[in-house]
Design a protein around this ligand. Structure first.
Ligand code: MG
Length: 299
């Protein structure tokens, strides 16, 4: 199932894409119409219940499809404002650095990190697919992209064993871990350089894990103005998704709706000769097999 979050007539809503249509089902209005009072009211409440949430959406959509007024429950994409699938994470967006050897190499490290490198981005960085993003010229001259697979946590927990890690995954989306390289290095700590407003666009869809069982073998392609810059595959991750969840949850309680960015393959602007950073008017598109394409223009 492909889920999205969106705004319609001022309300923040969510629902699955309508099959073979450029439209979304408004599952909250379907639930209200059929008096399903125990249906989650926010996407975070929903992802907490994992595949039960997916199953209850599926049942509501079947009811709506059989309704002679089915049309009133769906909105054309042209009539909604897209949001990131998780519009606001419960804590900072969790990010893994140098999780692809070819990217670690282009950043100047010959050997892979022995320990997981984790940093975070403020939730105020979260932006939507197709949203114009600020170039922040007053703060940085080195704004860079990082196309990444993002994991959305379902059930939370501490000390999650690696063997049970996928029980805690709700699904996957695409992220661009936009980074001000000069700020990242000048301040000795990644947080400021990683947390400029709009520097974590995510979307367009949150694809449920049952539809993406091969999350450890997906192509990740990033284009800047239609020029391919990154062409990687999640199978090259040094620390796999189950290891990320196990290791991070040794230290930090994971909560439903938390997002983990899994690292970026080679091909970022800093790694080019000469380094080539984003400029006003550039469009960055990150495509991941089975999820879609996240596209943002810088203004
Ligand atoms: Mg990154």
């Amino acid at each position: 199932m492909k889920l999205l979050s969106f705004k319609y007539e001022g309300k923040t809503l969510f629902g699955p894409k309508v099959k073979r249509e450029e439209a979304v089902w408004d599952v909250l209005s379907i639930a209200a119409h059929y008096e399903k009072t125990d249906f989650p009211t926010t996407i975070i409440e929903g992802v907490a219940s994992g595949l039960d949430f997916v199953e209850s959406i599926r049942k509501l959509v079947i009811k709506a499809e059989q309704d002679k007024d089915a049309k009133k429950f769906k909105y054309a994409f042209s009539s909604i404002e897209w949001l990131a699938p998780i519009p606001r994470t419960p804590k900072n967006v969790l990010c893994v650095g140098k999780n692809y050897l070819d990217h670690a190499n282009e950043m100047g490290d010959d050997t892979p990190p022995e320990k997981l490198m984790v940093f975070t981005k403020s939730p105020t960085t979260i932006a939507a697919d197709e949203q114009d993003l600020p170039i922040h010229a007053e703060l940085t001259e080195n704004l860079d992209y990082e196309g990444e697979l993002a994991v959305v946590i379902s059930k939370g927990g501490r000390n999650i064993p690696k063997q049970l890690a996928y029980d805690h995954v709700f699904g996957y989306t695409i992220a661009n871990d936009i980074t001000a390289r000069d700020v990242q290095t000048a301040h000795g700590q990644f947080f400021l350089g990683k947390s400029l407003d709009g520097s974590c666009p995510m979307g367009p869809y949150l694809v449920t894990k049952n539809e993406l069982p091969n999350s450890d073998n997906l192509s990740v392609v990033t284009k800047v103005n239609d020029e391919v810059r990154q062409n990687g595959n999640t199978k090259a991750m040094i620390f796999k998704i189950d290891e990320l969840i196990a290791e991070i949850s040794r230290f930090v309680t994971l909560e439903p709706g938390d997002v983990i960015l899994t690292g970026t393959p080679a091909g970022v602007g800093k790694g080019m000769t000469p380094p080539t950073y984003l400029k006003e008017g550039d469009t960055v598109k990150v495509s991941i097999e089975g999820i879609g394409t996240l596209s943002n223009r810088f203004v």
